[in-house]
Design a protein. Structure first.
Ligand code: 13P
Ligand code: SF4
Length: 359
């Protein structure tokens, strides 16, 4: 539905009053009404870099989810404030790894004698405390756009891909598996799933010793719903369709698709697509709808019409954005995201490692 014109007017007024004191970041999954006020849109990697590159902005208003705002707070200076317009905008995948579970998992690796040859690689979609754990243990953060580079770097630290070193990949098992198998050439047998709810992760010492990729048992509730059946059905229904999906989809879905990549990759692929070409997109609905509206000359389908919005991304709506901006104008900021100093230090070590990766 179109936004309330009074609210749009208030948003414009507040944005104008803030001027260059504020910088508004919008993730590709945000609602149109919010994207309209974003100074920059992007995937998680691009937005992290943008946040780090705005030292002049007093306020970074992050229209995205909690782990993204935490990362922005870690990457910006102390005098800058990062604001998340709705504090309830979390990520169900990030919630699947709690720091005490991660510490316990590491103890399991120590007991199995494999911790010394294991590097943690942690997906951006995780709490700051887990990023800090990663920094303390010599690992790196990655996003969906650089996971393959991060994995190569990590394996190089422990003897290379041809050796016996390992990666503990948290918390998205699918991104870890898809990247290791499709981009690094490891086999499915090299991957094991560590279930934090089971003693010892549900793995034997032998399985841990033989594994190259120890995948945390986490997944995205939105992307986990796309199936191979969706891909077969759309291919049958739409001639010459190109299927493009996010790497948080299950492995079989990624194998059945034609292209796989981050949200920014998907946006660029559709921008560059030929007029008249047909596409089926397997990612969050706000983005797919916006792409279809932006490219009326292309035939853009949703990979599964029963999969819908990311409910937490959707919590950031125009009323929350207006409330957050007006609070800044009034000098009484709401919803500031602050990571405690010790976690911020070590999480920054892991985030800086990601930013220093080649490419
Ligand atoms: P991107 O890094 O591709 O934007 O993905 C973030 C995310 O949460 C996908 O679900
Ligand atoms: Fe988290 Fe999935 Fe939503 Fe991305 S789409 S923020 S991974 S729940």
């Amino acid at each position: 539905a179109p936004s309330d014109p009074d609210l749009v007017e208030r948003a414009r007024a507040a944005r104008a009053a803030l001027g260059s004191r504020a910088f508004v970041l919008g993730h590709h999954y945000q609602r149109d009404e919010v994207i309209e006020f974003a100074d920059v849109t992007g995937d998680s990697f691009k937005l992290a870099r943008e946040a780090a590159a705005r030292p002049e902005a007093e306020f970074i208003i992050f229209c995205g989810v909690h782990f993204m705002a935490e990362s922005a707070d870690i990457l910006t200076s102390d005098h800058q404030q990062v604001i998340l317009p709705d504090l309830a905008a979390g990520c169900s995948m990030a919630d699947m790894a709690a720091i005490d579970q991660v510490e316990d998992a590491w103890d399991v690796l120590v007991d199995a004698g494999v911790a010394e040859s294991t590097v943690p690689v942690t997906y951006m979609n995780s709490a700051a405390s887990i990023k800090a754990f990663t920094g303390r243990h010599g690992g790196t953060i990655c996003t969906s756009s650089n996971a393959h580079v991060a994995l190569r770097w990590a394996f190089d630290k422990v003897g290379g891909l041809g050796g016996t070193g390992k990666v503990l990949f948290m918390p998205d098992q699918h991104l870890g598996r898809n990247t290791a198998v499709q981009q690094l050439g490891l086999s499915l047998d090299d991957c094991v799933v560590f279930d934090p709810r089971k003693p010892g992760g549900g793995l034997t010492t032998e399985q841990l010793r033989d594994a190259r990729m120890i995948l945390w048992r986490g997944h995205c509730s939105v992307h986990g719903r796309f199936s191979v059946r969706n891909v077969t059905d759309i291919r049958a229904a739409v001639p010459d369709v190109t299927v493009i999906v996010h790497p948080e989809c299950q492995h079989e879905v990624v194998l059945a698709a034609d292209l796989v990549g981050s949200t920014e990759y998907i946006v660029k692929a559709l921008d560059a697509a030929e007029p008249g070409s047909s596409w089926a997109v397997g990612t969050e609905l706000n983005l797919v709808r916006r792409l279809a509206a932006a490219h009326p000359d292309k035939n853009i389908h949703y990979l599964d019409s029963t999969v819908c919005f990311c409910s937490t991304m959707n919590r950031i709506d125009l009323p929350h954005l207006v409330w957050a901006m007006e609070s800044l104008v009034a000098g009484r900021p709401v919803n500031r995201i602050v990571v405690d100093a010790d976690d911020a230090h070590w999480a920054r070590v892991a985030l800086d490692q990601m930013l220093a990766l080649p490419g």
